[in-house]
Design a protein around this ligand. Structure first.
Ligand code: ATP
Ligand code: MG
Ligand code: MG
Length: 381
């Protein structure tokens, strides 16, 4: 089969490998770590840094198409690879979305609302920020994820202190919005510009990390979900995006929809597609980068995804290390366990997820409650 290239060795790369390999592709993964979740299952692991010229040259020589699994890939590396190989998404698209300042400006240009915000380059920008931005959130413009590089700031003074703590890295200060709920749209756009959109997921975050995604196959098409899907497609078109992309949205208490951020890759909230949809987000990623027709994004089951964090390896009462009870999880009908092969469980680290699928949402909820009980995850439908 043809070779596909992946920059990044994390779990998203691992699940991509599985999907691509099942269609007969071979996958080369570029990652500096001796062990990485994706490197361990790839057909070839190129052990080099993401900017290493030799590593990039080997990847481009081997692969007819290259993509990435993390948004902080140096856009320059994508540009270098594009001279020898087909690269998607483009360096230009990734460069826009990996900086919160240009990301928000771009979203606004497509006509989709974002949270009121200002760019913070100097402490004076905080002093000059409009009072409506407090209470707010200060977010580093680059490299933040899972709520890292963010501070909730009630006052201007707190924002100045947080900015200093972030070593005056470029930030955005945005207003803390009254959220009703969170929703995300994962889509795939092919080289021909055709777009397929997965049913949107409702997301629950805990401590800034995604905990639970819920997709009701029957009633996924609420007015807000339809508006979010339209907005996500508009953003993908405007970026001339090729590949899988996720747009995270907030639904505010007044019902209005606000785009939060774009991920230029498959997304944690799209993991449910592995078991509830005809084609998973990872299969779509492989199809898109290879210039193949996209698959059916339809959802044949209702689904609940529970993230498995490293916390579950520690007894809540005693703190003692233990292995979660996978036997009890696998005994639940409709439960599909996905572990990423990470050896060291640390609190807050994404170790895997469980997809629970069922014909109806009520059944999925009952089964998810059982899985959550077995693992010690708080869950209320
Ligand atoms: P990810 O892991 O999704 O990339 P991230 O570190 O980039 O996360 P955000 O998505 O910006 O961070 O924020 C994380 C969570 O914090 C959001 O999902 C939401 O729950 C909350 N949050 C962020 N911004 C706001 C806001 N302006 N108003 C209210 N809540 C917010
Ligand atoms: Mg983010
Ligand atoms: Mg986010």
């Amino acid at each position: 089969g043809d070779w596909l290239g992946m920059i990044g060795g994390g779990q998203l790369g691992r699940m991509f490998c599985h999907a691509a390999q099942s269609m007969g592709y071979k996958v080369a993964v570029l990652d500096p770590d001796e062990y990485s979740p994706a490197g361990a299952v790839a057909d070839m692991h190129i052990r080099a840094g993401y900017e290493d010229p030799d590593g990039l040259a080997r990847l481009a020589a081997r692969c007819k198409a290259v993509t990435t699994e993390f948004e902080n890939v140096p856009a320059r590396s994508l540009a270098i690879l594009a001279e020898a190989s087909s690269v998607s998404p483009s360096a230009a698209a990734v460069a826009i979305v990996q900086d919160r300042i240009s990301e928000k400006a771009f979203i606004v240009k497509t006509g989709v609302p974002v949270a009121p915000h200002v760019a913070i380059r100097h402490a004076d920008d905080i002093r000059a920020a409009p009072p409506e931005l407090f209470p707010g959130i200060l977010k580093v413009a680059r490299l933040g994820y899972d709520g890292k590089g963010q501070a909730r700031v009630k006052t201007r003074e707190e924002a100045l202190a947080a900015f200093a703590e972030f070593q005056s890295a470029e930030c955005v200060l945005e207003a803390m919005l009254p959220l009703d709920s969170e929703l995300s749209v994962v889509l795939a756009r092919g080289m021909d510009g055709r777009t397929v959109v997965f049913p949107s997921a409702r997301n629950e975050h805990r401590d800034g990390i995604l905990a639970i995604s819920t997709v009701d196959a029957v009633s996924a098409a609420t007015p807000q979900a339809v508006a979010a899907a339209d907005a996500a497609v508009a953003i993908a078109q405007a970026l001339e995006y090729v590949g899988v992309l996720c747009v995270e949205f907030f639904i505010l208490r007044d019902g209005s929809l606000v785009a939060n951020e774009i991920a230029p890759r498959p997304h944690n909230s799209g993991h449910y597609t592995m078991n509830a949809c005809v084609s998973s987000q990872f299969e779509q990623q492989a199809r898109a980068m290879a210039g193949m027709p996209l698959g059916n994004a339809g959802c044949h089951m209702s689904a609940i995804m529970l993230n498995i964090l490293g916390d579950l390896w520690f007894d809540a009462a005693t703190g003692a290390k233990r292995e979660p009870d996978w036997r009890r999880v696998l005994a639940v009908p409709g439960a599909k366990l996905h572990l990423y092969g990470k050896a060291d469980a640390r609190p807050g680290r994404k170790m895997g997820h469980v997809n629970i699928v069922a014909a109806t949402m009520a059944q999925a909820e009952a089964a998810a409650a059982e899985v959550a009980g077995a693992l010690g995850i708080a869950f209320r439908p």
